[in-house]
Design a protein around this ligand. Structure first.
Ligand SMILES: Cc1cc2nc3c(=O)[nH]c(=O)nc-3n(C[C@H](O)[C@H](O)[C@H](O)COP(=O)(O)O)c2cc1C
Length: 392
């Protein structure tokens, strides 16, 4: 049973987004400015559409917090959708204006989106009913919940970061095997791509400009890493306790992420066993450790104390200016997919969301391992567990 859980609610152009994060220990001091800074990081990046210029996300807390400290109850958070004003007649929760809604009706589904499968499944003939919830706007709430988890992890010495490895065809030649959390120290948070190899950014800009001009879109790859993760989180005993499985599920739940590699998982599939695994060593200073980290910090679904390394593969944005071949719902005739204001690429933002998802999964695993209703109790239990490992 998960120790931490969260639910989000809200539509892309509805009044606001909401999240409830449950299972936090009492006594975690939240730095709200740092949390809002994470939300701003999600909104930045080269190649974003007009929407991101409109929104200035800020979290409002309405439960579970007193004087900036968690109380142990569910944490209730919301973020206003600043452009709901102009969408009110279309997206009012209780009332819509039929004419205004008809103008915004989505009736030519976009390939690569939830539009058609969602419409068929939920019996909605205006596919906006699907788009509004499937939109990646929802990920703002994940970043808020993830930022809380990041702050919990930081209190126990765990850090989470990400960086962009490639955008479209522009990719680093660096071998995957050498990557670590330290690889991400070169990432300039203020740069438009947050690239691991900053020298690639001019080429990334050109690639995005060319795609935008052609009415096309780009995907990319991202490295997400955590340092300071205690050994012994997750478990080998059952499929649903394996932490690599939980990380994979969390990452694949991010809209447009279609493949995930733990450490050198992809390149290892093409290597002999003698070059795929990480030798075990022991020293007074570090105890048991690995001399390489091709496993990305996870063996048998359990953290081994090395950096947790995850590579994400994001598909190109599915909304194209000219519209991909589709069908009109009413006539069943061929019709180009409708265009909705859209990003050309969202790879840098996807990295921020991936950090949030990794922070959530690791925070949950940490609390599952330690138990504890207060931060002090979590600390005591974690210290005891680590001491037992040192004297193993
Ligand atoms: C940060 C971020 C921003 C996105 N922006 C857009 C966008 O502007 N237009 C679009 O068509 N898809 C965008 N997507 C992707 C879609 O939300 C996603 O492809 C769609 O919901 C279908 O889900 P699936 O790709 O996981 O199957 C974005 C994804 C992320 C992570």
């Amino acid at each position: 049973m998960s120790r931490l859980r969260y639910l989000t609610a809200g539509e892309s152009h509805g009044p606001l987004l909401t999240a409830i994060l449950e299972g936090l220990p009492a006594g975690l001091s939240l730095d709200v400015a740092a949390l809002d800074a994470d939300l701003a990081r999600r909104q930045h990046g080269y190649g974003r559409g007009g929407r991101m210029k409109l929104e200035r996300d800020q979290v409002r807390f309405t439960g579970g917090l007193r004087g900036g400290e968690t109380l142990g109850g569910p944490l209730a958070m919301s973020i206003a959708n600043l452009d709901h004003g102009v969408w009110e007649k279309v997206m009012g929760p209780l009332e819509v204006d039929a004419q205004a809604a008809a103008k915004r009706r989505l009736s030519s589904p976009r390939p690569g989106h939830a539009d058609l499968p969602g419409g068929l499944k939920y019996g909605r003939h205006d596919l906006r009913d699907i788009l509004e919830r499937a939109s990646a706007r929802e990920t703002a709430m994940r970043v808020a919940a993830g930022a809380v988890c990041r702050q919990l992890l930081a209190a126990f010495g765990v850090e989470v970061r990400s960086g962009v490895l490639s955008v479209g065809p522009v990719a680093s030649e660096e071998p995957r095997e050498g990557w670590s959390f330290a690889t991400l120290s070169s990432v300039d948070e203020a740069s438009p791509f947050r690239a691991v190899d900053a020298s690639l950014e001019p080429k990334m800009t050109q690639a995005v400009d060319a795609a935008a001009k052609a009415g096309d879109t780009l995907g990319g790859t991202i490295l997400v890493a955590a340092r300071g993760v205690p050994p012994g989180l997750g478990s080998h005993v059952s499929w649903d306790r394996k932490l690599d499985g939980a990380i994979g599920q969390a990452m694949l739940s991010i809209p447009s992420v279609k493949a995930v590699s733990i450490g050198s998982g992809v390149s290892n599939a093409f290597a002999p066993g003698s070059l795929a695994h990480d030798p075990i060593a022991w020293s007074e200073e570090r105890g048991f450790h690995r001399t390489k980290n091709r496993a990305g910090g996870l063996e048998g679904g359990i953290t081994n104390g090395e950096d947790v390394l995850v590579v994400l593969f994001q598909k190109p944005i599915a909304t194209l200016r000219e519209g991909l071949p589709s069908v009109d719902l009413d006539t069943k005739e061929p019709h180009r997919a409708q265009y909705e204001r859209s990003d050309v690429t969202a790879v840098p933002a996807c990295g921020v969301i991936a950090e949030a998802m990794l922070a959530f999964v690791l925070a949950n695993a940490l609390l599952e391992k330690t138990g504890g209703d207060s931060m002090d109790e979590v600390r005591r239990n974690l210290d005891g567990f680590l001491a037992a490992q040192r004297s193993f």
